[in-house]
Design a protein. Structure first.
Ligand code: SAM
Length: 216
């Protein structure tokens, strides 16, 4: 592990309260610098989002770790991720789950992420280009769902695709600030909890914000 990554883990991951040893190990193993454009490499270990092109961002490392820890992965789960972006969160999930299904609406980002993750040797990820606000019905239900873009409210299509005993983590609320919602399905009852405040780029689609919604 290089010095920048070591400091990121100490300061922004362990230092801010992430405790799951498997999540910490994955954050150490997957080097964030490999997912940011060359012009941002010097800032790759800062605890903030960075531009990845097409008006989109790679999320801050602490938020990636917090959302991943909240999923409570043991290694046996099938996980749906909405918002592939750079593929950084996808790689963390692929380290910790059995299979990852990831959906991105912007083709150039999806293709770049797929090439990058294949070159890194991941073989448990399936990619789809399309409107993830509707989920990926073909492979549903999923033990865990993670949405890395902000929705006005949790899409009903995604709630339907949570498996029994499963969980979804999703930022919901207006475009200028959201809360992380944790949605569990237990004996077919849907249980909702609110967690921390956050700001994500918009989920654009049929059950998200309309196209033309502002990205940061
Ligand atoms: N998890 C990503 C990473 O680690 O780089 C960061 C994701 S970025 C904050 C949000 C992503 O969601 C963007 O790439 C954006 O294009 C994508 N997105 C927005 N609306 C979407 C939709 N309806 N379906 C799929 N992806 C969507």
């Amino acid at each position: 592990m290089n010095e920048g990554l070591r400091r990121m883990i100490e300061r922004d991951i362990v230092g801010r309260g992430i405790r799951d040893p498997r999540v910490i190990a994955a954050m150490k193993k997957v080097d964030r610098a490999l997912f940011v454009p060359p012009e941002w490499r010097d800032s790759a270990y800062g605890d903030h989002p960075l531009s990845i092109g097409a008006g989109q961002t790679i999320s801050q490392p602490y938020m990636v770790a917090f959302m991943t820890e909240t999923l409570g992965l043991s290694g046996k789960e099938r996980v749906l991720e909405i918002g592939t972006g750079s593929g950084y969160q996808t790689a963390i999930l692929a380290e910790l789950a059995l299979e990852v299904y990831t959906v991105e609406r912007i083709e150039s980002l999806a293709t770049a992420a797929e090439d990058r993750l294949a070159a890194m040797g991941y073989s448990n990820i399936r990619f789809h280009i399309g409107d993830g606000s509707l989920g990926w019905e073909e492979h549903a239900p999923y033990d865990r769902i993670i949405v890395t873009a902000a929705a006005p409210a949790a899409p009903s299509s995604l709630i339907e695709q949570i498996a029994e005993g499963g969980r979804m983590v999703i930022p919901t609320g207006p475009q200028d600030g959201q809360v992380l919602e944790i949605i569990d399905r237990r004996e077919n009852v849907i249980l909702r909890k609110k967690s921390m405040g956050c700001i994500f780029v918009p989920l654009i689609g049929e059950e998200g914000f309309p196209d033309g919604a502002r990205s940061r």
